[in-house]
Ligand binder design. Sequence first.
Ligand code: LMR
Length: 398
Amino acid sequence: WWKAVEPAPKDPILGVTEAFLADTDPNKVNVGVGAYRDDQGKPVVLQSVREAERRILGKENMEYLPMGGSVKMVEESIKLAYGENADVLKDKRVAAVQALSGTGACRLFAEFQKRFRPESQIYIPVPTWANHHNIWRDANVPQRTFHYYHPETRGLDFASLMDDVKNAPNGSFFLLHACAHNPTGVDPTEEQWKEISYQFKVKNHYPFFDMAYQGFASGDTDRDAKAIRIFLEDGHQIACAQSFAKNMGLYGQRVGCLSVICDDAKQAVAVKSQLQQIARPMYSNPPVHGALLVYSILSDPDLKALWHKEVKVMADRIIGMREALRGNLENLGSPLSWNHVTDQIGMFCYSGMTPEQVDRLTSEFHIYLTRNGRISMAGVTTGNVEYLANAIHEVTKS
Ligand code: LMR
């Protein structure tokens, strides 16, 4: 039956974790996957999550959630994205469902887009998170790209981005990273977001925001939602994928949210029912436990305050590691500029290393990262930063 089946290519991100786990070298370092580690390199369960778990323990039942997931969790989730007092919430214009983290939210949206805008395409930034391509491919939505990153400046290629926005056919769908762009760590400034939003209005483009890292860019969840709030103020009907993998450390719980802003409450009911119908044959309904954790944290002022503090601690540790990595590289006398290590934000540093240099890091130094040169700063610690800097210096100096 399956003679013709060839092994699938390794996933460019999760394949790195597999290779890391298989390595027995004691000095091995994993700066591949975007998963937060403490300064001992250990995965972290947030105190707010532990406390939420304690409160839930013994009280939760194991019944099915509705197809659209936990209504209470979803309500809290969209408040976090759009702001407590957002008009779209008061007007009940948001169709929102619980999703299987950010990936699941993107996937639901891509299916929805295909079903109700079958002729549409999606414009995706270059570069982007590798899985975006898979998600829209599997939903059979044709993909186009738009300029985003400037390899020479290691910053935003704003002029080319704006040209692409202007030149795309009116009414095009665009995928935007709300904050802490993955993989580049480069975000538009507030002023630039305003210009992008304005141009989207002129062109009647559709903004789909992937917000996987709310809180990780600045340590402040409101500030990190700025792009979304600007688009809201300008009256765009946006859609947004939210993930609680990173900012609550709920990676394996697969909890997130997809929201789609509609004309009015009636349309929101219709859109939500269709999103549920897309979920039903795929996975029927989403898991309970993570949703309960998220709801418990976001609905309790004390737990929420603790969580905000913890997000800031994670973001600050990463900023500290950026400084340490850059400092170490400069102390080693690297002839290259490493300003971008501290200029870029969020979980990732888009180092500018070539695939060949990355291969050397892995084969000679047991350092694991994606071949596009992305370093997950969340995997850098005071214990390995010197080793990492040394190795980067060795492979980049000539
Ligand atoms: C990453 O980019 O490393 C994360 O979003 C994890 C993933 O699923 O790829």
